[in-house]
Design a protein around this ligand. Structure first.
Ligand code: URA
Length: 212
């Protein structure tokens, strides 16, 4: 299997544990939602390893010293509607100053390509670090289109984060955007005929929002 240097699996034992509970079909939407938030936080911990820090003068009870702080104001989370919304809180817990853009995608009836029905991100994208959020990297179509749109606006610092990726989505995304680092909790086996990830977790949006 081809290796992709920009593809990272964060498979800490605690992440594996929580992801296993998420996958279990009897897990209801309340617990599912809480676990998605927790796993998103844990994967984001690794994704944000290169966040810029600001030397900050402080005084401890013992002496004056210089620490490091993170502003996070230039970070923009970009959840892809609707399942990406389930990951936002997990990242906000780590980067409370992050901004949040939104992307809604649907398939064009004629071209069958993903197109935006909603796209809202902060101004001056060239000065910001974007983190695209979607729990499932299945075919990669919407994630690729979202990254294309951000690049068209002038964004140069983009990462993509999911919870579960299919080999098909990994290949499509990493071949199209080798400059975008991808972070996931798992690389699963394959897609089924309906483009669902196997073994996966089913429909992430329905399970997050209790719509099935
Ligand atoms: N989207 C989902 O919600 N689940 C999948 O398995 C694939 C795409």
């Amino acid at each position: 299997m081809k290796q992709y240097e920009n593809f990272h699996i964060v498979d800490h034992p605690l992440i594996q544990h929580k992801l296993t509970l998420i996958r279990e079909k009897t897990t209801g939407h309340k617990i599912f939602r809480e676990l998605v938030t927790e796993v998103a936080t844990l994967v984001a911990f690794e994704l944000t390893r290169d966040l810029a820090t600001i030397p900050t003068e402080i005084v401890t009870p013992m002496m004056a010293t210089t620490g490091n702080t993170v502003s996070g104001k230039d970070v923009v989370l970009v959840p892809i509607l609707r399942a990406g919304l389930g990951m936002v809180d997990g990242l906000i817990q780590l980067i409370p100053n992050a901004r949040v853009g939104y992307v809604g995608m649907e398939r064009d009836e004629e071209t069958h390509k993903p197109v935006h029905y909603y796209f809202k991100v902060p101004k001056q994208p060239e000065n910001r670090s974007f983190i695209i959020l979607d729990p499932m990297l299945a075919t990669g179509g919407t994630a690729i289109a979202t990254a294309n749109s951000l690049k068209d606006l002038g964004a140069t610092r983009i990462k993509f984060m999911c919870l579960i990726a299919a080999p098909e989505g990994r290949e499509a995304f990493c071949e199209t955007h080798p400059d975008i680092e991808v972070y996931t909790a798992s690389l699963d086996e394959k897609l089924d005929d309906n483009k669902y990830i196997i073994p996966g977790l089913g429909d992430a949006g329905d399970r997050l929002f209790g719509t099935k």
